[in-house]
Design a protein around this ligand. Structure first.
Ligand SMILES: C[S@@+](CC[C@H](N)C(=O)[O-])C[C@H]1O[C@@H](n2cnc3c(N)ncnc32)[C@H](O)[C@@H]1O
Length: 243
């Protein structure tokens, strides 16, 4: 308990955090109330190394709580050390859903350096044991199926005919993101939530731009589903949410 209070003090005494909060007071208030009332979510932010912000972690958690989809599948592509997995799995525990977590552990695959200038092959290589430790300690391990390998080959068989309710895509590079959203679209029935990380990275931006074009064409040709074409930005700098 003393440890938790100390961590709260360190977290709230950070002046950079308060400056950021002033820029988006409504988001900041929501985050503050959530981290104070859900210590388990706060502990993930404090203890698990990863690439997502608290705001993003809470957006993942909330999306699973709020989805109307009856599908039990929550998809995560790009887990690294399991930070996003922890947030998703705690929400899965509350809703009876199951996270399907896809990760290579060998780091990013070969990418086009002009499209993905900030990323190199092999970057973010991680270990299964560190992932397991984090998800067991800070998430809910029984609510996660870890699928090791290239998600471009493993995603569709893992989803099967069960669809998906929420997908969190954090694979960083164009070639992977483009293929994953293409495959997800074949399983979508309308109303699914897709959350994309690093949306300002050129490769991710291009993949999602092309995906949006496909959605739009399907919509105007009468094949698409209305809800899936609705687009909404929640955390502008890093995360986009496509309903
Ligand atoms: C930025 S990290 C993910 C960060 C993580 N979501 C977090 O919460 O910290 C990107 C991850 O995507 C994984 N990745 C990239 N392409 C992949 C693919 N085709 N299949 C599975 N994982 C992939 C990489 O191995 C890397 O660990």
């Amino acid at each position: 308990m003393r440890n938790l209070i100390l961590k709260y003090l360190v977290y709230f005494m950070n002046p950079v955090r308060w400056l950021r909060a002033l820029r988006r007071p409504a988001d900041a208030l929501r985050i503050i109330s959530k981290v104070l009332t859900c210590p388990r979510l706060f502990m993930i932010a404090q203890n698990v190394e990863g690439l997502i912000s608290v705001a993003c972690g809470l957006a993942l958690y909330d999306s699973v709580l709020k989805t109307d989809s009856v599908s039990l599948n929550i998809i995560e592509v790009g887990a690294f050390k399991g930070k996003s997995t922890c947030y998703l799995s705690l929400a899965a525990e509350e809703t009876g859903k199951q996270v399907k977590s896809f990760e290579l552990f060998t780091g990013l695959p070969e990418a086009d350096s002009s499209l993905d200038p900030s990323f190199q092959a092999g970057q973010f290589a991680g270990s299964v044991s560190e992932y397991e430790h984090n998800v067991k300690t800070f998430g809910c391990r029984s609510k996660v199926d870890l699928i090791i390998g290239d998600a471009r080959n493993t995603l569709l068989p893992a989803i099967g005919d069960k669809g998906f309710a929420v997908a969190f895509l954090d694979a960083d590079v164009y070639v992977v993101m483009k293929e994953i959203v293409r495959q997800l679209l074949t399983k979508a029935e309308g109303g699914e939530i897709i959350i994309v990380h690093d949306i300002n990275s050129p490769g991710v931006k291009k993949a999602i731009g092309e995906f949006r074009q496909v959605l739009f064409e399907q919509f105007i040709s009468g094949f698409g589903v209305n809800e899936f074409a609705v687009f909404d930005v929640i955390y502008k700098d890093t995360v986009e949410k496509i309903i």
